[in-house]
Design a protein around this ligand. Structure first.
Ligand SMILES: [Zn+2]
Length: 445
């Protein structure tokens, strides 16, 4: 009889640093190796690229994978289902400890390569294997990993189904059930229903927004919001600047399309904007208009701003980093008067993002907005829809998959409790078929 264990390594006590192990007898599949960004940002001068894993573990910035030593078995593959930093950001610090390939969807695999190339402390030599959604990877003769097409706030997101002789373990994090996505196709509902019919032994899923009532609106809604807001700013002439998540390729694409309608030149500014968007273009996920500009490093950004001011602000739409008020991000530098782009009375600043609800980002955003207002900017807040499933999306997925056991991850205990309540409504029993796990635990299923 094969024994299957779920190992909660990181992301079960908090938002961020996600890492889960699935042990099938002595073979282990690691799902995600993420970074917890707020634990890095709280120290002003951390050079993460040069830091040792153990120091980052002590800070709570990366998963404490020392638990893996206590779990019997050997890691055979590291699987990443999407490219957000809270899922891949710890790979440069942890992956070299395992003699195992990194398996990811093509866009995610490219991002992993870039993360590794930034690393200055460790030599990470794990093979990186891109697998398209709909495809599988043979981990051992008895274990396959299948990527199933999903939608999320980054392109090329997937669920990972681990096929074993004892049945399927489904890793369902992160996701939204978006039937009208603006890039890529809707989730592969047909495949998910089939998996559900065949029988899923356990599902590990995100709990993040399981406390939010209803269903998360489609990205198409965000696209319409962005267009309406941006075109509406054109009633008076002046500067318009917009900020969003640099990894949100669909959103940035919607902004670029609105810029075309406004007859403004879209200018992507910031290192992370350059990274996420140029990889998306390289992989043919998006097509840039001919007049689009991208400037990554600080010198190029400063030069671009100088030229924009000389040519006339009203001809350009800068798309910038800094929606959370991060120190050193471009919008923060603009608000501080550190660039040539001086905000004048009546200039518009659009936030195509929510405020991440931790005290530090709330404070940063407050400072940023106050500085912008003091210069006379008009602000448009929360031109955004979430990339995470709401409570009724969770209900739908749970009923569709009907796993024997379900374990919420990707959240704090309050989020897990919200998930458990929803699961109880669907007939699951706390402690019997729906479980709350804490970092460092293994559960045998
Ligand atoms: Zn994510």
């Amino acid at each position: 009889m094969t024994e299957i264990g779920i190992v909660a390594v990181g992301g079960y006590n908090e938002m961020g640093k996600n890492m889960t192990g699935v042990r099938i007898d002595n073979d282990i599949i690691v799902l995600d190796m993420g970074l917890r960004l707020d634990r890095v940002q709280i120290h002003e001068d951390l050079e993460v690229d040069e830091m040792h894993s153990m120091d980052l573990i002590k800070l709570g910035a990366i998963p404490d994978d020392t638990v893996m030593k206590e779990v019997g078995g050997k890691v055979k593959a590291i699987v990443c289902a999407h490219g957000h930093l809270d899922h891949i950001g710890a790979i440069p610090k942890l992956a070299h400890r395992y003699n195992a390939p990194i398996v990811a969807t093509p866009y995610t695999a490219e991002l992993v390569k870039h993360e590794i190339s930034d690393e200055r402390k460790f030599r990470v030599k794990n093979e990186i294997i891109p697998v398209k959604t709909g495809g599988t990877y043979d981990v051992t003769p008895d274990i396959q990993v299948e990527f199933i097409r999903m939608q999320h706030s980054i392109v090329d997101a997937a669920f990972a189904a681990i096929h074993t002789t004892e049945g399927v373990i489904l890793y369902a994090s992160d996701f939204k059930l978006d039937r009208t996505p603006t890039i890529g196709e809707a989730p592969d509902f047909q495949r998910l229903r089939k998996l559900g019919k065949e029988g899923v032994k356990a599902m590990v899923t995100e709990s993040t927004n399981s406390g939010n009532s209803g269903k998360t609106p489609s990205e198409q809604i965000a696209k319409d919001l962005v267009r309406d807001v941006l075109l509406g700013t054109e009633e008076t002439e002046g500067g318009v600047i917009i900020t969003t998540f640099s990894s949100h390729v669909s959103r940035i694409n919607a902004i670029i399309q609105a810029a075309e309608e406004m007859e403004r030149i879209p200018v992507l500014l910031g290192r992370s904007m350059e990274r996420y968007m140029s990889i998306a273009e390289k992989l043919d996920l998006i097509k840039f208009p001919d007049n689009l500009e991208i400037h990554g490093n600080r010198n190029a950004v400063d030069k671009a701003f100088k030229r924009i001011i000389n040519d006339g602000k009203e001809k350009y739409l800068p798309i910038v980093t800094g929606h959370q008020g991060e120190p050193n991000a471009i919008l923060t530098r603009v608000a501080n008067g550190e660039t040539h782009y001086n905000i004048e009375s009546g200039d518009k600043v659009v936030f195509s993002a929510n405020t991440i609800p931790n005290p530090m980002t709330i404070a940063n955003r407050y400072a940023l907005e106050t500085k912008l207002k003091m210069r006379g900017a008009r602000l448009y807040d929360n031109v955004h829809v979430s990339g995470h499933a709401g409570r009724e999306d969770h209900w739908e997925l749970l009923r569709m998959i009907s796993p024997e056991q379900v374990i919420p991850s990707h959240g704090n205990i309050e989020m897990h409790a919200n998930y458990v309540e929803m699961a109880e409504d669907a007939g699951y029993v706390f402690g019997d078929t729906v479980h709350i796990m804490r970092n460092g635990e293994e559960m045998i299923i």
